[in-house]
Ligand binder design. Structure first.
Ligand code: AMP
Length: 208
């Protein structure tokens, strides 16, 4: 019986993680997705790869991303649904950094609905602003993200507050929100996320 339940819930979770830049979303997305056996899909990583490889898309978005502004929905939406159409995302995925605007939520909803699918849960990672700025400046130095100056970071936080934070209410209204304190070690935060997911029947394949 337990086995049957595990089988129906494993690898079929369509999830997203939302929170201010620097809350640790990327790290958690990779960690959680791996334990659930689904791909973590980060629009920020896709843009960074394209910029690094100087693809036509990369050249288009380089300026925009370096100021901390958002890439237009038309470009981002198409990019994400191309990615979600790939075979490894057929049985689930964890979106990191998408959707970020109400327009992106509407697009994603429609795309999923057209396939008889929906988002199963939205994880909100919280963190306070001072902690975030400190963390992002450290990351910029470590990863050589030279454009991540304090000014750009503050702008990214403003953009988050204006355009992305309102999405939290959207997912809360749908009863999909799992709010988790982002402060702690990677393992501690991941455990909190797993508890929230498990309460919704989304279990790690190896969890009892
Ligand atoms: P991130 O690593 O998720 O903070 O993304 C880095 C940058 O990529 C952002 O500051 C935006 O310029 C751009 N970006 C990433 N995801 C999106 C999105 N869903 N919509 C628009 N722009 C995005």
């Amino acid at each position: 019986m337990t086995e049957a339940i595990t089988q129906t819930t494993q690898g079929v979770a369509r999830l997203l993680i939302v929170g201010p830049p620097g809350a640790g979303k990327g790290t958690q997305a990779v960690f959680i997705a791996e334990s659930l056996g689904i791909p973590a899909v980060s629009t920020g990583d896709i843009f960074r790869d394209n910029i690094k490889n100087e693809t036509p898309l990369g050249l288009k978005v380089k300026e925009i991303t370096s100021t901390g502004a958002l890439v237009p929905d038309e470009l981002t939406n198409e990019l994400i649904t191309d990615r979600l159409s790939q075979p490894d995302a057929a049985n689930g995925f964890l979106l990191d950094g998408y959707p970020r605007t109400t327009g992106q939520v509407a697009y994603l909803d429609e795309w999923l609905a057209g396939r008889g699918l929906q988002i199963d849960a939205a994880v909100q990672l919280t963190a306070d602003t001072d902690h975030i700025v400190e963390r992002l400046l450290k990351r910029a130095a470590e990863q050589g993200r030279a454009d991540d100056t304090e000014e750009v970071i503050r702008h990214r936080l403003d953009v988050y507050a204006e355009q992305t934070a309102p999405l939290i209410d959207v997912f809360a209204d749908r009863g999909l929100l799992i709010t988790v304190d982002g402060l702690g070690t990677v393992e501690e935060v991941a455990e909190r996320i797993h508890e929230g997911l498990e309460a919704r029947g989304i279990r790690r394949p190896d969890a009892a």
